[in-house]
Write a protein that binds this ligand. Structure first.
Ligand SMILES: Cc1cc2nc3c(=O)[nH]c(=O)nc-3n(C[C@H](O)[C@H](O)[C@H](O)COP(=O)(O)OP(=O)(O)OC[C@H]3O[C@@H](n4cnc5c(N)ncnc54)[C@H](O)[C@@H]3O)c2cc1C
Length: 376
């Protein structure tokens, strides 16, 4: 059983099926969630996509984002932000990526939408799972791929506060009409403790906006979009540039997403027959630009190790963890550094050009070993 049909859960369903397992995926939302901004792929994640025969379709979605403009409150450009500073090896719109993954994985698993696990009990040879709606069932293994606020983690490992470390930044993301006429470029606006950007590739005629602000702890209902939008609107009230229009567009966006930038730190990702995957176990925060790559690689390694261990899930979980741990540790360091720099006053053009020249070196992290697990 896989809890969560995000990047991690869908990729795992795909690979488990290819190794001859029979996954069931449970997703709280009514369907796979297609919201989001853009996600970056780096390094070995591209190899995983290739082994899924998805590299070409994903490449076709490349936003090929060019340099962006940093603008002041009147919309005047004062520096150019080189693409090398913010884009990965390949950048694609998050929603279109999940659509592709879903298409690749939809016939490879049983899907239960609009439901969630509510209790988990383990005995020697199975996991007994109780659901919010459907009848209880037994599974061999349970994988928590249910994101930063993982229910699986809370039920099996302990309360969220023990593992989730906020980085002091909140982010709202939504799509909107491309009324600024952007084409493979973006505009960024920074004021003390706040940053906003609008980017558009020219793939779907839409633009995507992100509004970020500093806040340590925020009390709000994670399922109440209206409340979250009010918080964002209050924070950005009185700001210049396109902010008033963006706040208006935000209120009617169908794919509004809001969350804290946070990291998940755990000593182990497995407990008996339950294991965590992706953000649920080791979120590196959006400021790392690595979350999607980690989820994809983690799914590949976890499924491969389960197949290789021939039924010994303890050995498989151990091998998965030792392959992923050093990689995740470095990504999390990148995420923390990114958060520290996030609201710094806009650098001069000279500094930005230097950062661009250094970017490939600065952002390269340790490689993860990707064995060629023989899949069908
Ligand atoms: C709508 C959305 C938009 C995003 N946009 C961006 C972005 O623009 N840029 C970026 O860097 N990162 C974004 N992220 C985060 C990014 O997707 C992850 O960091 C990364 O891809 C790892 O994915 P994941 O599958 O581990 O977690 P997630 O992508 O968070 O997926 C978790 C899935 O589990 C589901 N779920 C949660 N709780 C339960 C439950 N109790 N029961 C069943 N299912 C549950 C969620 O609905 C979701 O589908 C977004 C995530 C979401 C959900």
């Amino acid at each position: 059983m896989i809890s969560g049909a995000g990047v991690a859960g869908l990729a795992l369903a795909y690979w488990l099926d290819r190794h001859g397992f029979q996954p069931t995926v449970i997703e709280r939302a009514r369907q796979v969630r297609h919201g989001g901004y853009a996600v970056d792929f780096r390094g070995e994640a591209l190899d995983v996509l290739d082994r899924m025969e998805l590299l070409e379709p994903v490449r076709a979605l490349d936003t090929q984002m060019g340099d962006a403009a940093m603008v002041d409150a009147e919309g005047r450009q004062y520096v150019t932000l080189p693409a090398a500073v913010f884009a990965g090896d390949l950048e694609v719109p998050k929603g279109q990526l999940t659509r592709l993954l879903h298409a690749a994985a939809q016939d490879r698993a049983e899907y239960l939408f609009s439901d969630s696990i509510s209790a988990v009990e383990q005995d020697g040879d199975s996991v007994h799972v109780t659901f919010g709606n459907g009848p209880p069932r037994r599974f061999d293994l349970l994988v928590g791929a249910d994101g930063l606020h993982s229910r699986t983690r809370a039920l099996v490992f302990g309360p969220e506060e023990r593992f989730v470390h906020p980085l002091g930044i909140h982010t709202a993301i939504f799509s909107l009409p491309n009324y600024l006429g952007l084409r493979r470029t973006g505009q960024l606006y920074v004021s003390p403790g706040k940053a906003a950007n609008v980017f558009a590739g020219d793939l779907d005629g839409r633009a995507r906006a992100a509004l970020h602000f500093t806040a340590e702890e925020l009390e709000y209902d994670r399922h109440d979009t209206g409340e979250q939008q009010r918080i964002v609107a209050e924070r950005f009230a009185g700001e210049g540039w396109e902010i008033p229009r963006l706040l208006t567009e935000m209120r009617t966006a169908e794919d509004f997403w809001f969350d804290a930038n946070a990291q998940v730190m755990m000593d182990t990702w497995a407990s008996g027959r339950v294991v965590l995957l992706g953000d649920a176990g080791y979120c590196a925060a959006p400021t790392s630009g690595r979350g999607t790559s980690q989820a994809l690689i983690g799914a590949y390694v976890l499924a491969g190790e389960l197949a290789q261990a021939g039924g010994d899930h303890t050995a498989a979980f151990r091998a998965y963890e030792s392959a992923m741990r050093p990689f995740v540790t470095e990504h999390q360091a990148v995420g923390r550094e990114g958060a520290e720099r996030f609201f710094m006053p806009a650098p001069t053009q000279e500094v930005l050009d230097m950062l661009a020249a250094d970017a490939p070196e600065k952002t390269r992290t340790r490689a993860v070993r990707l064995p060629d697990y023989a899949a069908r």
